[in-house]
Write a protein that binds this ligand. Structure first.
Ligand SMILES: *[C@@H]1O[C@H](CO)[C@@H](O)[C@H](O)[C@H]1NC(C)=O
Ligand SMILES: *[C@@H]1O[C@H](CO)[C@@H](O)[C@H](O)[C@H]1NC(C)=O
Length: 286
């Protein structure tokens, strides 16, 4: 075990770089760019939410104040469309920055990507509380790669399929990524989310069952309080309800993968070193 004081020194040594958080700042609909910050409620600061019981877990805010007035754009999205939430390290009008290794997010921020919808009378309404949310996408851990890493490798694009059978109308699209590098105790997991204002056209009449935010997540959830470095993660349970599907087959949110039988010392030290590095990003929050 590396003593705490050594970790603290390491962390202090490494602090000084910029923080390495992320903001969802652009939506693509069936491959068409909907414009930088257009139809999205965004903060100027890229920090996480860590309190799952706070209203800030809904569409961000609180420690990362949202820019007001909100965009008056409501983005039309055909039911069944493929959309992409585009994430970047900070607000980046010019998109992906190949010179920044922490764009779209620090590669040490490991965890799932998730997306939810909530039907609303008017997607430009200010209030985001008391809504019914249903999950439409999740990408956890496949035994090798985390969902956030797939988003990182895609230069910030987080791909989400809009169900074809849900009723037309205005919705909030809540795109989320969770970073688990400091999640071995609660609060520790870092939740990043922004809400896009969309208008689903076409569609059907299936009413998904819903959950509340706050409420859907708990500090005791196995996918929220977890040490992802040791022991080896063999099954990662993505928080929240199962993904809604039009066929009615709720897919399980547990990914089970093969257990590796041995854990070498080298592996442990490598991961502890990584963890020490990641502590620096937690310190950014203080
Ligand atoms: C949503 O789409 C419908 C169908 O195209 C349209 O009639 C309605 O005006 C749109 N609403 C908003 C808020 O864009
Ligand atoms: C993995 O599965 C075990 C047994 O079902 C469960 O107790 C544990 O919470 C799971 N871990 C995660 C991270 O989901």
């Amino acid at each position: 075990m590396i003593p705490q004081h050594v970790l603290a020194v390491l962390a202090a040594f490494l602090v000084g770089g910029s923080n390495a958080h992320t903001i969802f700042q652009k939506l693509w609909v069936n491959g068409v760019d909907q414009g930088y910050l257009n139809g999205i409620r965004y903060p100027t600061y890229d920090g996480p939410i860590t309190d799952v019981t706070s209203n800030d877990i809904i569409c961000n805010g609180g420690p990362n104040p949202l820019v007001t007035p909100y965009s008056q754009t409501v983005i039309n999205v055909p039911a069944g469309a493929t959309v992409q939430a585009e994430w970047h390290h900070v607000l980046q009008p010019n998109g992906y920055n190949s010179a920044d290794s922490a764009d779209p997010v620090d590669p040490g921020h490991l965890g799932p990507t998730i997306a939810y919808l909530a039907k609303v009378p008017d997607a430009t309404q200010t209030d985001v509380t008391g809504l019914g949310w249903f999950k439409i996408q999740e990408d956890g851990f496949d035994g090798t790669t985390w969902g956030v890493t797939r988003m990182y490798n895609a230069k910030g694009l987080h791909t989400i399929k809009i169900p074809s059978c849900i009723p037309p109308g205005n919705y909030f699209l809540r795109a989320e990524m969770i970073a688990l590098h400091g999640a071995s105790s609660y609060p520790g997991a870092q939740f990043y989310m922004e809400c896009a204002q969309i208008n689903i056209t076409g569609g059907g009449s299936t009413q998904p069952s819903t959950v509340s935010f706050p409420g859907a997540y708990h500090g005791t959830d196995p996918g929220i309080t977890i040490n992802i470095y040791y022991p080896t993660v063999t099954n990662y349970t993505i928080p929240g309800p199962p993904v809604f599907t039009c066929s009615g087959s709720g897919t399980s949110s547990t990914t089970t993968t093969k257990t590796s039988s041995t854990t070498s010392k080298a592996w442990i030290y490598r991961h502890r070193a990584l963890r020490a590095r990641h502590l620096t990003f937690c310190l950014d929050l203080r």
